[in-house]
Design a protein around this ligand. Structure first.
Ligand code: AMP
Ligand code: ZN
Length: 149
């Protein structure tokens, strides 16, 4: 896959719109355009690579650390009770976007055992959800800062 044509590289470079909830020097996280649940977030390294095998072990470690941290904010923000992390590598694994990403999918007790299906939310709902997740991430950052003191 040509990285000039990669949709997630375009999101990183602000050439394509998205609902970004988190960014640091090496990572970006934004809402999935066709979410399995409200708050479904994708966490990506900014550097283009198709699968985990294109990343160093240190990069893989950091990516999962960021996803874990974001999962706490996502679950809290949308009032879910659990979450799934899904990470697809290769066509055989149903990877559609060839830029490494981790799905953070918040889940509720009432959906336990149910098949995951794509939902559609309004632009207003997506904006509001991105805002509360951003807020929860900011709050969790300040909690981490507090604990370091
Ligand atoms: P995967 O099957 O793991 O490659 O999943 C790719 C995910 O990217 C899917 O859940 C899509 O809904 C999502 N997606 C594709 N294009 C965009 C986009 N422009 N903004 C946000 N999410 C996207
Ligand atoms: Zn890319």
């Amino acid at each position: 896959m040509d990285k000039e044509k990669c949709i997630f590289c375009k999101i990183v470079n602000r050439e394509s719109p998205s609902h970004i909830v988190y960014e640091d020097n090496e990572h970006i996280a934004f809402l999935d355009i066709a979410p399995f649940s409200i708050g479904h977030t994708l966490v990506c390294p900014k550097r283009h690579g198709e699968t985990l095998w294109d990343m160093t072990e240190e990069e893989i470690g950091k990516l999962f650390m960021v996803a874990s941290r974001i999962s706490k904010a996502v679950v809290k923000a949308v009032g879910a009770q659990g979450f799934r992390l899904i990470q697809n590598n290769g066509e055989a694994a149903n990877q559609v976007v060839a830029h490494v990403h981790i799905h953070v999918i918040p889940v509720r007790m009432e959906d336990r055992g149910k098949f995951l299906d794509r939902k559609k939310f309004t632009e207003e709902e997506m904006l509001k959800t991105a805002d509360i997740i951003k807020q929860a991430i900011t709050n969790s950052d300040s909690i981490v800062e507090e604990q370091r003191k």
